[in-house]
Design a protein around this ligand. Structure first.
Ligand code: ADP
Ligand code: MG
Length: 616
């Protein structure tokens, strides 16, 4: 320590993470090397890209060296990549900048041991060094800068940082190995770990300070022949490129030749990224030009609805000195995007033959893919084939083609209902009449559903029609007679409807008898030309269209003339009890729509009054 040494505490989460890593991941501790090599390779990629515009920055050759000192029991992982400035060291190694790690900590609720296998799915990056070392030194010099810095920590609660000397740009990570971790200085051991986890790293990894002993193959995995790559190698590359630790659920590796030449190696994760619907979320596909890393998440390389993909696209056509700015609206990129989209959609189509696997994919990413139905006109047909949904007919997911093929004679629309959750939707009173007539209704439970259905309008000439809007014409498809003895006379029914309308005033647009209901007394529907109720609710929640918080007066209350409550009410001659019942019915219908009540106090007073009568 010198007078220039500064001591800093770790951010609280870092301390927790360090603790978990050191204690819980013990059985897989060798993955620390994978993590450090992965970071070293990323650093070389970044410098190689920076050197496109500033050639002086790059070394003549990029390399990673593993240097062991057996007597001192240290292992140094050295790279000549981009390096870190002082501020970058503090930010990257003292705080948890990675959102994935934050999510990991959130999931590590309570008992850490119980959730141990979770760690493997997230990867813990740099901090994994503390599994094998009781002290870690990082000496780094940023390319283009003269100063170097030394960061030292025992991985407990604090680290120090001070000026250091370093001749070339890059980073040395010096692990002071724990007493019983001496094996990580042995060449054979290191070779075995590199072969298992880091063989695909496209930068040579040497044992020792010279270039006599190369430990990895150092060829870009995506350039190798498919037949020569094992599933394990694909998986390890996925872990490196995606900074993820789950299994890829689909691997797409292909070479495009002809007008455009490029290679793609893309992965669909098994785990749903926690930020999939964060508006800032971008795809995680890295763009390379002739093996040189250009940028992460090039805008315009993939359509937004494929943002769950991770991997690499390596172009032969773009110039090596392409800058990120030049990529914007670049015609080569636009053509690649078309090709990539087509390829991925056709691979998904193949995956869909495996019903079980595809159901898992759909559960994770279906809601994202549906965005394409809304805004990618060119691929609508393919996307419609990939679409799946639950319906009132089957336990498993159904396709639109299944639905149309099953439609009974006389049905000319595709009926659907939108809401938050398909199980709740299936219980909607509005569907009773459909069930009674054996008419299938699609249960659409993603926020995007209201929008793509509106944008597409029809499928195979059949119009999409909301089950909660307008006259449902159900009797045209199949007539269901309701038992007449339970129904009030037509005069009494008309009188009841009139008094209900008087009671509700402008709270509903209309009161009508229903052919949609068989069991429930009432339900709300939207008028034929009106906005669908769930869509309106969504827009209101998002304060769109200037819709206020109140209830839409556009709703129609449908009453079930065969329900005994309606029948009894038709016999009542008005009065307070009649009004109480009327309001309770309306509030009940609103609650079923997931609305909050305008006046919960009045609701509970009415309920109490009526309950008292019931127990009296
Ligand atoms: P991740 O690699 O997923 O970002 P890590 O914990 O492995 O997470 O690393 C944290 C950050 O520290 C990296 O994103 C990078 O900015 C920086 N870093 C780590 N090792 C190096 C290195 N050898 N050279 C330059 N930067 C590094
Ligand atoms: Mg890393």
């Amino acid at each position: 320590m010198t007078e220039n040494t500064e001591k800093h505490e770790f951010q609280a989460e870092v301390g927790r993470l360090l603790d978990i890593v050191v204690h819980a991941l013990y059985s897989q501790k060798e993955i620390f090397l994978r993590e450090l090599i992965s970071n070293a390779a990323d650093a070389c990629d970044k410098l190689r890209y920076a050197a496109v515009t500033t050639p002086d920055l790059a070394p003549s050759k990029f390399a990673i060296h593993l240097v062991a000192d057996i007597p001192a029991r240290t292992l140094t992982v050295s790279d000549n990549g981009i390096g870190m400035s002082r501020a970058e060291i503090v930010d990257n190694l003292g705080t948890i900048a990675r959102s994935g790690t934050k999510a990991f900590l959130e999931q590590m609720s309570g008992d850490a041991k119980k959730d141990m296998n979770l760690i493997g799915q997230f990867g813990v990056g740099f901090y994994s060094a503390f599994m094998v070392a009781d002290k870690v030194e990082v000496i780094s010099r940023k390319a283009g800068e003269a100063d170097a810095w030394r960061w030292v920590s025992d991985g407990k609660s604090a680290y120090t940082i001070e000026p250091a000397k370093k001749n070339i740009a890059g980073t040395d990570i010096i692990l002071h190995l724990k007493e019983d971790e001496g094996e990580f200085t042995e060449q054979d051991k290191l070779k075995a770990i590199v072969t298992a986890y880091s063989d695909h790293i496209p930068i040579p990894i040497y044992f020792g300070e010279d270039e006599a002993e190369k430990l990895n193959r150092a060829a870009a995995v995506w350039m190798r022949a498919k037949s020569e790559i094992t599933a394990e190698e694909y998986k390890e590359f996925y872990h490196h490129v995606a900074h993820a630790y789950d299994e890829p659920s689909l691997t797409v590796h292909w070479r495009a030749e002809g007008k455009l030449e490029y290679t793609g190696l893309l992965f669909v994760p098994t785990q749903k990224p926690h930020d999939l619907f964060d508006p800032r979320r971008q795809h995680r596909v890295k763009l390379y030009v002739k093996r040189v890393f250009i940028t992460e998440a090039a805008e315009g390389l993939l359509p937004p609805y494929l943002r769950f993909l991770k991997g690499v696209i390596d172009s032969e056509d773009l110039p090596l000195n392409v800058s990120r700015e030049m990529l914007q609206n670049n015609p080569v990129l636009t053509l690649m995007k078309k090709g990539i989209t087509k390829r991925v959609l056709s691979e998904l189509q193949k995956l869909s033959d495996n019903i079980e696997e595809y159901a898992k994919f759909w559960a994770n990413f279906g809601a994202v893919l549906k965005e394409g139905l809304y805004d990618d006109y060119d691929h609508r047909e393919e996307l419609l084939k990939l679409f799946r949904t639950y319906s009132t007919k089957e336990k498993e997911l159904v396709t639109l083609a299944d639905y149309v093929a099953r439609m009974p004679a006389g049905q000319d629309a595709i009926y659907y209902i939108t809401g938050e959750d398909s199980a709740a939707l299936a219980r909607s009173p509005q569907l009773e009449g459909f069930r009674a007539r054996d008419i299938e209704v699609l249960l659409l439970s993603d926020a995007i559903d209201d929008f793509w259905v509106g944008a597409i309008g029809s499928y195979q000439g059949k119009t999409f029609k909301s089950a909660t809007r307008g006259d449902s014409n159900l009797d045209k498809i199949k007539k269901v007679e309701m038992p007449a003895e339970n129904q009030p006379t037509s005069d009494k029914l008309q009188a009841l409807i009139k008094s209900l309308k008087d009671i509700y005033g402008d709270q509903v647009k209309d009161v009508k008898t229903s052919i949609r209901l068989t069991d429930s007394p009432v339900c709300l529907v939207a008028g034929e030309g009106e906005m669908d109720m769930h869509l309106e609710k969504l827009l209101r929640q998002n304060k769109a269209l200037g819709l206020g918080q109140g209830f839409s007066p556009g709703r129609i209350l449908e009453i079930n003339p065969s329900h005994s409550l309606i029948n009894k009410m038709a016999d009542m001659a008005g009065g307070e009890q009649m009004a109480d019942l009327a309001w309770l019915l309306l509030d009940q219908a609103r609650l079923l729509e997931g609305e909050t009540l305008a006046d919960p106090l009045a609701f509970s007073q009415r309920l109490t009054r009526l309950s008292l009568k019931a127990v009296a």
